[in-house]
Design a binder for this molecule. Structure first.
Ligand code: CDV
Length: 311
């Protein structure tokens, strides 16, 4: 592998829980500690989880949404995140970082920023598929109010030339939807960075609890294989404010195989060498879109939202 000029050493920067009282400065220290370990191991890109700067605050209801404003970033980098940007640039490491974004217009997005090794911002991605609910549902053991605290982005899944390849981003619930990967697959994506916060307990159907780990890998492995791309899935996990969150961060090859996986439920670096040229083995054969796709047949997937049953 190491003879290819397009091998990039990537790390999943898995985070253990962030409790509500933990300060931004403390969290950024943890991110920098992972980054310094990554530097020692020759990593060029580290992917952090969704909402990696704070506890997963959509688990609490506030009547006035602005009651949670302190969980959002109004600039990136800001004063408290600048040390991460400085450390990354000093070590020549790029990163993808999930955070809550509050725009000057008062819009709220679940955002990931991709930063190159020289410290320049490549792009921001704003989460498309927003799960959960928007009003208080006290029957749940805990809330999942993402639909109260975040808007659905209309910017879609764009890809970017960076790190010597074609990079994409998605966030948590996005990873369960095949359209996420195919939208980027159709732009030639070679590596998708995905952060997640996945409670083990799924209140609408607890029968799925035992399958959380299986479903996590199932969807990311399928997305990688069917589009011939690397997928880096990174958890914030462990027991956060009494809620158990899925770990099992994984680096997945274009073959769909997991090549490296976290073994803890805490802060952990998972490293693998990703040969971006491996993508072509799938993109140019079984998944040669130009030859085999039938978009003239797929008219429902781009235009129809819900299910329309036959008469
Ligand atoms: N942060 C998330 O998007 N979590 C969802 C849960 C609610 C199902 C997920 O898809 O993991």
């Amino acid at each position: 592998m190491s003879s290819s000029p397009r091998v990039i050493r990537v790390a999943a920067g898995q985070l253990g829980p962030i409790q509500r009282e933990e300060s931004r400065a403390e969290v950024v220290q943890r991110l920098v500690a992972l980054l310094e370990e990554a530097a020692d191991r020759g990593v060029e890109l580290i992917v952090y989880p969704e909402l990696a700067l704070t506890t997963f605050f959509p688990r609490w209801y506030t009547e006035d949404v602005s009651g949670h404003d302190h969980f959002y970033e109004t600039s990136m980098p800001g004063a408290e995140t600048q040390p991460l940007f400085d450390a990354a640039k000093a070590h020549n490491i790029g990163f993808a970082l999930g955070y809550a974004e509050l725009t000057p217009d008062g819009e709220r997005f679940n955002t990931t920023v991709l930063v190159e090794r020289d410290g320049t911002t490549v792009a921001k991605y704003r989460k498309v598929h927003i799960p959960g609910h928007d009003s208080n549902e006290p029957w749940r053991a805990f809330q999942h109010l993402e639909r109260r605290y975040f808007q659905e982005s209309h910017e879609g899944f764009n890809v970017h030339r960076a790190f010597g390849g074609i990079m994409g981003m998605a966030t948590c619930n996005d990873r369960r939807w095949p359209e996420t990967y195919r939208e980027m697959g159709l732009q030639g994506v070679e590596l998708i960075a995905i952060g997640y916060n996945t409670p083990i307990h799924y209140a609408p159907d607890p029968g799925q609890n035992a399958l959380q780990g299986f479903h996590n890998h199932l969807c990311m492995q399928a997305g990688a294989y069917q589009n011939g791309t690397w997928v880096i899935g990174v958890a914030k996990c462990g027991t956060e404010e009494g809620v158990e969150m899925l770990a099992e961060s994984a680096i997945i090859a274009p073959s769909g195989e997991i090549v490296a996986q976290a073994v803890t439920t805490g802060d952990e670096l998972v490293v693998a060498d990703c040969d971006l040229d491996w993508c072509a083995d799938y993109k140019n054969t079984l998944f040669d879109f130009d030859t085999y796709r039938r978009p003239e047949i797929y008219h429902r997937t781009g235009s129809q939202k819900g299910v329309v049953h036959p008469d």
